[in-house]
Design a protein around this ligand. Structure first.
Ligand SMILES: [Zn+2]
Length: 177
């Protein structure tokens, strides 16, 4: 009798603690991301279930994958690069170039308004952060040392991108030759 009462008491306290921790972390997440200004919203719970731990870290906590480790760094196939969180079309293979940086690099976005650019003063640097315009997922940064014609270099984490070869008409032509 004594044992079972004690156990019950303990688990109740533990449960209360978990709920509190959860509330705190969700609150800080929303503040950090300024999420209300994005039209596509997901709950933290859904994203944790759907994304890999690295995808979650990069897109939701502004993480950066280690250089040359991303799955799309050397991808040269024709197609569309979409937001890994919401599927929005972000970049096209025609604008991808080999920057030597170790991250997928593009000299333009697929359309005006595909991404949002935000001043980022973190880590003692002044950079321009790039997020998905629809859901706010962190993608990477844009620098002004890219190739012509734009002179821009969108330096994007593979973990933020899903490659969609379905629009790759060019690839088919090449293999037919
Ligand atoms: Zn998105």
């Amino acid at each position: 009798m004594k044992l079972s009462t004690g156990h019950h008491h303990c688990s109740h306290v533990l449960l209360l603690g978990l709920v509190l921790v959860n509330d705190v972390s969700m609150g800080s997440e929303a503040t950090k991301r300024d999420q209300e200004s994005y039209k596509v919203q997901f709950t933290q719970k859904e994203l944790k279930e759907r994304l890999t731990p690295q995808e979650y870290h990069v897109t939701q906590e502004k993480g950066t994958e280690r250089a040359f480790t991303g799955k799309l760094v050397d991808n040269k196939k024709k197609g569309t690069y979409r937001c890994t969180v919401c599927g929005k079309e972000l970049f096209l293979s025609d604008a991808k170039f080999d920057s030597g940086s170790g991250w997928p690099s593009f000299w333009e976005t697929s359309k005006d308004g595909s991404v949002r650019e935000i001043l980022d003063r973190s880590h003692g640097m002044t950079r321009t952060e790039v997020t998905c315009a629809d859901c706010g997922a962190h993608l990477g940064h844009v620098f002004d040392d890219g190739p012509r014609p734009t002179g821009l270099r969108y330096c994007i984490n593979s973990a933020s991108l899903k490659f969609d070869p379905s629009k790759g008409a060019g690839e088919k032509k090449k293999s037919e030759l």
